[in-house]
Design a protein around this ligand. Structure first.
Ligand code: MLT
Ligand code: ZN
Length: 479
């Protein structure tokens, strides 16, 4: 347990105001976004500089105090939730929210870990640039969390995951030493790439405190369209058609089943069905240009490409947003899926990838297999088809008494094994973009190869021999 004396140690070592033990303020940060994990925590530590983080981690190492790093607490896998037994302190990076520098000519921005993604977008835009990664939680998710989970989002198709955006990193290692690596070196062959080791490490081998991030030219024109298609296979054919017609202007290509769209429409006030006819599957397409000379032709090119797709039987119906307001309304449908699904009640959620070409068949086959295996349950998918990554949700049989909570509690583990076995059989990954957190540790232990488990445990132990960095997350303990 964390005693008052331990909390006092941190209070003594830090400037005033860095330690919060008022449980009214602590408690909201001890639950995860999905509402599946409930932690207990004596205090939140809120450093304002990398030196303060180093002091905290050094003290934690000296007294063997486990730390749970936290940014916006938007993890989908319980990655930032402290343990329920109260044995860890939360290390919040939210107060480290400065943009240290922005160099438009170098296309670089240096952000501290607590910078909120939305603020990063706005800073880049104000300088005539763009940060090319976005996701629904951008109003709360922070740079440190995005890096520590190697976040994806809706522009990976063209710009890659967070890993592709990080040009340099500053971090505090588990012994309290500071790794200074913010200079954006194009070439650096000093052996092990510590930057890439820390990206996606979920705070288990160090604390990311700041990063140099890549910027790209601002968008000068965009067109956003919604298409109804007959199947995931037709959706993938449509993506390839759009890429052939528009090249790398295609940035967003998001798919969802009609059942998922219906859930969103029932939850989002004022939301409307984008196309008149019925379609079993839907696709949101965004194409952008950063070349003002191409602005005038941009919308027409989207229209021509969609018309060609229609003639070739690659879509059922489509509409193009003719204002920014309409474009935003289409994106709102997509970005409201998680919250709408959550509002529908307990369910089992999977974030999976298989090779892109296998994904359309996987989506149909996995749904059929799940619904046959668990009578009354329904399985739906949505997400980033062009990345071979979908979010696959299994909803309990209808039960008005508890909205399916009892089913999730009794069957959830069996469902997870069933779905994850399908993923592994298809050569896929049980976590495409959300990470492992605490939600998937047991399944990672069951399904990862001995080589992967050995390497992960060896890295964890080498960096963090006391096991104080985000314990219980990502790395399965040796049995
Ligand atoms: C998304 O694509 O909407 C996010 O990854 C969150 C989710 O799983 O719903
Ligand atoms: Zn996603």
């Amino acid at each position: 347990m964390i005693t008052d004396a331990i909390v006092q140690l941190f209070r003594d070592a830090l400037p005033k105001g860095r330690v919060t033990d008022d449980q009214e303020l602590v408690r909201p940060w001890t639950n995860d976004w999905r509402g599946k994990y409930h932690g207990d925590c004596a205090a939140i530590l809120s450093p304002r500089s990398v030196e303060e983080v180093a002091a905290i981690v050094g003290l934690a190492a000296e007294h063997c105090v486990p730390l749970v790093p936290q940014g916006g607490n938007t993890s989908m896998v319980g990655g930032a939730t402290p343990p329920a037994d109260g044995t860890a302190l939360i290390l919040s990076l939210r107060a480290m929210n400065a943009i240290r520098s922005l160099d438009p000519s170098a296309n670089l921005i240096v952000c501290e870990a607590g910078v909120i993604l939305q603020n990063l977008h706005e800073a880049a835009e104000a300088a005539g640039r763009r940060f090319p990664l976005s996701l629904g939680a951008r109003g709360a998710a922070t740079v440190g969390g995005l890096i520590s989970t190697n976040a994806g989002g809706t522009q990976v198709l063209r710009h890659g995951t967070m890993r592709a955006q990080v040009e340099g990193l500053e971090a505090v290692l588990p012994d309290g030493s500071i790794l200074h690596g913010l200079s954006a070196l194009k070439k650096d062959n000093r052996g092990y790439d510590l930057r890439h080791l820390l990206i996606g490490a979920e705070g288990t081998i160090g604390i990311v405190t700041a990063a140099s991030l890549r910027l790209v030219p601002a968008v000068t024109a965009r067109s956003v369209a919604w298409a109804g298609v007959g199947s995931p296979e037709q959706a993938l054919a449509l993506l390839r058609h759009m890429e052939a017609a528009l090249g790398d202007a295609v940035e967003g290509f998001e798919v969802m089943s009609d059942e998922i769209l219906t859930v969103v429409l029932s939850e989002v006030p004022g939301a409307r069905r984008p196309i008149a006819g019925t379609a079993p599957w839907h696709v949101l397409i965004e194409a952008v240009t950063s070349d003002p000379a191409k602005d005038d032709r941009h919308g027409n090119q989207m229209e021509d490409a969609l018309a060609g797709a229609f003639q070739q039987g690659k879509l059922l119906d489509a509409t193009i947003a003719n204002s920014e307001g309409q474009a935003e309304a289409l994106w709102k449908l997509r970005e409201s899926v998680s919250a709408s699904e959550k509002a529908k009640g307990p369910a089992m959620q999977y974030d999976i990838s298989v090779p892109v070409t296998s994904m359309p068949a996987f989506m149909i086959d996995a749904k059929r297999a799940c619904e046959a295996e668990f009578p009354g349950a329904t399985a739906e998918s949505y997400g980033h088809l062009g990345d071979g990554n979908i979010h696959f949700h299994v909803r309990p049989p209808r039960d008005p008494s508890d909205r399916g909570a009892a089913w999730v509690a009794s069957e959830g583990e069996t469902v997870s094994r069933f779905v994850n076995d399908l993923v592994v059989a298809a050569g896929g990954s049980i976590s495409a973009e959300h990470g492992i957190g605490q939600m998937k540790v047991a399944e990672l232990a069951r399904l990862a190869s001995p080589a992967r488990l050995h390497a992960m445990r060896a890295i964890k132990t080498a960096f963090d021999p006391q096991g104080i960095m985000n314990p219980g997350k990502l790395v399965p303990l040796a049995t």
